[in-house]
Design a binder for this molecule. Structure first.
Ligand code: SF4
Length: 449
């Protein structure tokens, strides 16, 4: 096992939620107004942060600009002024709990809680037509599974596109406690090669739970499953999970068993900033995970106030490569939750990507992006160019609801304000995208079933 400092090994996991804002010592240096703003915003959007993030990752001398503070603590601008004023007035006026809850519910519904038709289009059904909760199957080869014990995180990202998972509304949750549901589904879907365990963060689960999902997949009947992926931000928010948690050794044994079975184990690590990679315990966790033979791939969205700077991405990718992590994706912030605060126009996103790419060595140029996980598929912004005198944005599908769309370039009219696919219009006077009619048919079919 990799050596880690005694302090990191013995740190207890201590978490704070909205109720505990006043107990976070470092917040006492902020004004009462700033603390009230946090209370208002965290009444609508989920808030959760742990002591390690507060003590080791945030530089309190640079609050509120500090990127990890922005990543975890609510800011006034995350709510539209009308939403903010409504909740603030209720809190100031001492409204009762039910009244606040009603207002908060209404506001959440206006924040597009399930972007890209996740609820309607990606959830498969069994032969009797019952929706298989906890499973999403959007692309042919890959199934996403949301284990019910993994629907929280060690801290919450303020920009999280899965924020609706955390606000306690059952209708808004996607989860399954049934390993059998997953295994039965995969048994009957030989076209699936990859399973992604996601959440929340599956790494909040006890190893025993994770094992009950993963171990059966190592049996010969699941030979068609070649890769197990685990989406996690625990390497940032609680790296102790891999080195000093009570069942960390068992977790490492489970990872080793997957690798020994001949399958690829890919840890899809969510990183936003190089600061997340700087602590001793974060690096020890990376070494330990890599020691099992698992591959760590890094992905994360481009977010205003946190990492909308080419120098930040260049340093992040370079640092990842030094630590043996493969830079994999730069995402575009999704059209949900506090997106107005965090979004970066697509053209600017591409400029940041390009400038960052130009300043790192070849090994760090493996990240795709900027990529939008939109309902028709994952669409990458390839660049801005001019074709026959028209300024255009070149795009391509990295993944598509129809595999035939993948890697076909297409072009949008230049628009330096657009922040999502549905803001763009086809270039060259075309009325529709090449995939538009087919997508409409696929969508209709899915919604009708
Ligand atoms: S770790 Fe992932 S799922 Fe959890 S809050 Fe952050 S973005 Fe959301």
């Amino acid at each position: 096992m990799a050596q880690v400092g005694q302090q990191a090994k013995s740190a207890p996991f201590k978490v704070y939620t909205q109720r505990d804002l006043d107990r976070i010592e470092q917040l006492s240096r902020l004004s009462p107004e700033a603390r009230f703003e946090m209370r208002v915003v965290s009444s609508v959007l989920p808030f959760r942060v742990n002591q390690y993030v507060i003590d080791e990752l945030i530089d309190w001398k640079h609050v509120p600009e500090d990127p990890i503070f922005q990543l975890t603590f609510p800011q006034r601008g995350m709510l539209a002024p009308a939403h903010y004023d409504r909740v603030a007035a209720l809190l100031r006026g001492g409204a009762d709990k039910d009244e606040i809850a009603r207002a908060v519910d209404e506001i959440r519904q206006e924040l597009n809680p399930h972007p890209a038709d996740q609820m309607e289009m990606n959830m498969p059904r069994d032969e009797e037509g019952h929706r298989l909760d906890g499973i999403q199957h959007k692309y042919r080869e890959t199934v996403l599974f949301f284990p019910s014990q993994g629907q929280t995180c060690h801290s919450y990202c303020t920009f999280c596109f899965r924020w609706a998972q955390f606000v306690g509304d059952k209708e808004l949750r996607i989860a399954s406690s049934e390993a059998a549901v997953l295994h039965n589904y995969l048994r009957t879907h030989p076209e699936v090669t990859d399973v992604l365990f996601t959440g929340g963060d599956p790494m909040v689960m006890k190893t025993a739970h994770l094992k009950s999902y993963i171990e059966p997949l190592l049996a010969p009947e699941f030979d068609h499953i070649r890769t197990l992926r685990i989406g996690t931000k625990a390497l940032t928010f609680w790296p102790q999970r891999f080195v000093s948690a009570e069942d960390a050794d068992k977790l490492i044994n489970l990872f080793e068993a997957v690798v020994e079975s001949g399958k690829q184990l890919a840890i899809m690590a969510h990183y936003n900033h190089w600061k997340e990679l700087d602590t001793e315990v974060a690096q020890a966790a990376i070494r330990r995970v890599r020691g099992t033979g698992a591959m760590i791939r890094a992905q994360g969205p481009l977010i205003a106030h946190i990492n909308d700077d080419p120098a930040v991405w260049a340093r992040l990718w370079q640092k990842e490569v030094e630590l043996g992590i493969v830079p994999y994706y730069m995402f575009v912030e999704r059209d949900t939750g506090a997106r107005n605060y965090f979004e970066v126009p697509l053209v600017r996103a591409w400029e940041i990507y390009r400038e960052a790419m130009q300043s790192v060595s070849g090994l760090a140029r493996t990240a795709r992006g900027p990529s939008m996980s939109a309902s028709p598929g994952k669409v990458e912004i390839q660049g801005v160019t001019e074709v026959a005198g028209e300024k255009v944005i070149a795009l391509r599908f990295i993944q598509g609801r129809n595999p035939d769309w993948v890697q076909r370039p297409f072009f949008a009219k230049y628009d330096d304000q657009a922040t999502w696919l549905d803001h763009l219009r086809p270039a060259f006077g075309e009325e529709k995208w090449f995939w538009e009619d087919e997508y409409a048919t696929i969508r209709e079919d899915k919604l009708a079933n």
